[in-house]
Design a protein around this ligand. Structure first.
Ligand code: DC
Length: 222
């Protein structure tokens, strides 16, 4: 039986960085499910669709293939129709599109088996919004990772600036607040902690402190 650890929480709480490091420590595969929604957001955006084109986005699902793969450093890459699109899915525009497509039930259903199959065949740390509540309700450990919107916006801002992108802190903060609202108020699989989730707040903590905190929780509960 493979072991699954679910980490849910809002954008910028540090889920991916922490989960990636923890997976390395435990020898598990790290699965970033947000990348799947981002790939669909990218596919929609490349066709010129906006959040209003729900019908077209649903139809699009019949003609695209989204896959997860791992490079030789065991890092996840996301393939859209066989193309590695990992480098195109982290822009603010695709973040908003990903949030929009993720509210469409057909999109969530489209990605469900892919996520479950990853956990069926591997020990995984999977991060997202609904992993503990919907995708892997039997996960061995469920963690809900959060931090204040300002703190999350600052982290995302620093990340994008480091990548050489021209962004403003206020825009990022507004995006964070808008996405939090959209992700936690949608009808299907809204962002919320699973009943048995361990809630961890990383506001004001450095990465090392948060990773250590999570590693302790995981080791005590595996
Ligand atoms: O984690 P992220 O920022 O890369 O996710 C992008 C969007 O995808 C986010 O706005 C919400 C959505 N998402 C989701 O609805 N369910 C998941 N399991 C992961 C992401």
């Amino acid at each position: 039986m493979s072991i699954a650890i679910a980490i849910d929480g809002p954008a910028g709480a540090g889920k991916s960085t922490i989960a990636r490091l923890a997976a390395k420590e435990l020898g598990y595969i790290y699965v970033d499910t947000g990348a799947l929604y981002r790939a669909i957001g990218l596919a929609a955006s490349r066709r010129g669709y906006t959040a209003e084109n729900k019908t077209e986005i649903i139809a699009l699902l019949d003609s695209i293939k989204v896959e997860l793969a791992f490079n030789d450093r065991q890092e996840q890459i996301v393939l859209l129709d066989g193309e590695d699109v990992s480098g195109f899915i982290r822009t603010p525009e695709i973040s908003m599109m990903a949030s929009a497509v993720s509210a469409i039930p057909e999109v969530r259903a489209f990605l469900l088996d892919l996520q479950r199959n990853m956990a069926h065949t591997n020990n995984v740390i999977m991060d997202g919004r609904d992993i503990g509540t919907v995708v892997l309700p039997d996960a061995k450990i469920k963690i809900f990772l959060s931090a204040s919107p300002e703190c999350r916006a600052r982290r995302r801002y620093d990340e994008l600036i480091e990548k050489g992108m021209d962004v403003k802190y206020e825009d990022i903060l507004n995006d964070v607040i808008a996405r939090d609202y959209a992700d936690s108020h949608r009808e299907i699989a809204p962002l919320k902690p699973a009943d048995e989730a361990i809630i961890v707040d990383t506001s004001g903590e450095d990465l090392e402190t948060s990773v250590n905190k999570l590693m302790t929780i995981m080791r005590e509960n595996i």
